[in-house]
Design a protein around this ligand. Structure first.
Ligand SMILES: Cc1cc2nc3c(=O)[nH]c(=O)nc-3n(C[C@H](O)[C@H](O)[C@H](O)COP(=O)(O)OP(=O)(O)OC[C@H]3O[C@@H](n4cnc5c(N)ncnc54)[C@H](O)[C@@H]3O)c2cc1C
Length: 483
């Protein structure tokens, strides 16, 4: 990943009206980043007002409650796991969720062409499950790598990076179609940044290296056990919001922000349809390009949206898997999740539910389609996966987010830096979190960014560059979340 510091930020007055401790901070967004920032400031006695555009809180970390014919179901925005190597953050979550925090273990598989593979891909399982043509192709690729005939240096796009690492056969089989379905653009147009940080599957070169005498095992990038609240991931943020309110913070859901008032390089008020909210500083988790446009700039940075299709099932257990990656390009969803695998209380007793993550963008036919029209298509995919569609109760509903993933196309960094430079004109504005920094980060990192923004304001020194680069490692190592 690139360093976002170079020339991106001006050396201005540190955020905070006069460089001192702010009296009133407006926080945009009641997601993980915004709520964590608000909590940190409120604990220090700073007045905070959180402005959230949705009626619900938690952002992408929220949980939706569905009252069905047979009882109450809960659905996350795609199942979430809480994993962190930050002991202080884990302690905060443990204090908030206390006895309602469960430890779950993950069981995931890849479904492709009627076959089931382990996730992450493992050599032993591949040998057992893959068709001979795939094994032959992979063996040919390994030989080419051993003989130094394979492409040695990957390019800066997802396709060449992945192909160089896994060989053309595994790339075409497992990555090409799935990636195009997930992102809505060809893998040749996607930046390798995302792959570098997130792909934790077997790497043929590493496998070969490990066969050599004295070679060390590579660190895992995949955690099998994780923390999960009894009533859904959103419980963390409901508790956090309650704690902020108990400390005197104000939370205003359903608020539409229309602009900003400014004076001498500082934001002095956030304009809303309910009137202005005066402030000394702003911590924003609003998407980076939206913030740029709202402050008079231009940005072509974009996001990939997701439609979550949620449906109760009249069966206690649909499958043993937490989630299934659906690699067949002609299936609607990229992942199929069974919320009950995370916590038994995500569905009423004796029942279960399914959640399909369907990538699509606002305005597309898939985004707009009525649930009733989509239901039979979903049932047809379930039947292909060996799930009896007749077990569906017939109830279903969709939740949509236009901001599921920052679209990291080749060369996106230039636009990202331009956006950061544009916003640096406001000395008292912190952008933090996933959408606001345009980084593919998990919940714990978004929360850490919120903490850093709050601490920057409390300490009166500028931590914006640090936030934009936070956990910008080459490879993200997942750890067991039990510190
Ligand atoms: C399918 C999926 C699965 C994931 N799984 C995991 C997982 O297993 N583990 C994990 O740790 N992370 C996971 N993540 C990532 C995680 O959801 C994010 O890292 C985290 O939610 C980011 O928090 P945030 O506060 O930065 O942003 P958000 O959660 O997006 O919160 C931003 C908030 O700001 C509000 N907002 C935006 N614009 C405005 C505006 N103009 N005015 C007012 N309010 C506004 C939004 O409504 C939202 O509430 C997953 C994400 C997705 C999409």
């Amino acid at each position: 990943m690139r360093d976002l510091r170079d020339g991106a930020l001006t050396q201005g007055t540190p955020p905070g009206a006069s460089g001192g401790r702010p009296r009133h901070v407006v926080i945009i967004g009641a997601g993980p980043a915004g709520l964590t920032a608000a909590h940190r400031l409120a604990r220090e006695g700073v007045r905070v007002t959180i402005l959230e555009k949705r009626q619900s809180l938690g952002g992408l970390g929220g949980t939706t409650v569905f009252e069905g014919k047979h009882g109450t179901y809960r659905f996350d925005f795609g199942g979430h796991r809480f994993i962190t190597r930050n002991a202080g953050l884990l302690q905060l979550v443990e204090e908030l969720v206390a006895d309602d925090l469960l430890t779950a273990s993950r069981a995931s598989v890849i479904r492709l062409g009627g076959r089931i593979y382990d996730y992450p891909l493992a050599i032993g399982n591949l040998l057992k499950s893959a068709p001979p043509s795939l094994l032959l192709g992979a063996a040919r690729d390994v030989s080419a790598m051993l003989l130094g005939l394979a492409r040695a240096t990957p390019g800066d796009d997802f396709a060449s990076w992945t192909e160089a690492r896994f060989g053309p056969t595994l790339y075409r089989t497992f990555f090409e179609g799935y990636t195009a379905k997930l992102w809505g653009v060809p893998p040749t147009q996607l930046s390798a940044d995302w792959a570098e940080q997130r792909i934790s599957l077997v790497d043929l070169r590493d496998v070969l290296r490990r066969l050599l005498p004295g070679a060390a095992n590579n660190p895992r990038t995949y955690a099998r056990s994780y923390r999960y609240p009894r009533l859904g991931f959103g419980m963390i943020f409901e508790r956090l919001a309650a704690a902020v309110e108990k400390l005197g913070g104000a939370l205003r859901c359903g608020t539409t922000i229309t602009g900003f008032s400014q004076s001498a390089g500082n934001i002095t008020a956030v304009e809303t349809t309910d009137g202005p909210v005066a402030c000394d500083a702003v911590i924003s988790s609003m998407p980076l390009p939206e913030m740029v446009r709202m402050t008079g700039g231009e940005s072509s940075l974009g996001f990939r949206g997701l439609r979550f299709f949620n449906m109760p099932m009249a069966v206690e257990n649909v499958s043993p898997w937490t989630w299934q990656y659906l690699s067949d390009p002609d299936m609607l969803a990229t992942r199929l999740q069974e919320p009950r695998r995370r916590s038994p209380e995500m569905a009423p007793e004796g029942m279960s539910s399914l959640m399909l993550e369907i990538p699509c963008d606002p305005g597309s036919a898939m985004w707009e389609m009525e649930d009733e029209a989509l239901f039979p298509r979903v049932q047809a995919d379930l039947a292909r996966l060996g799930i009896d569609p007749a077990k569906a109760t017939g109830e279903c509903f969709s939740v949509r987010t236009p901001y599921a993933y920052p679209l990291l196309t080749v060369g996106y960094e230039k636009q990202q830096q331009a956006a950061i430079r544009h916003l640096a004109r406001f000395a008292n504005l912190y952008q933090c979190g996933r959408q606001a920094t345009f980084r593919y980060v998990f919940t714990d990192t978004a929360m850490e960014m919120g903490l850093m923004a709050a601490e920057g304001l409390l300490e009166g020194h500028d931590r914006r560059a640090e936030i934009y680069n936070h956990r910008n490692e080459k490879q993200v190592i997942e750890v067991e979340s039990i510190a």
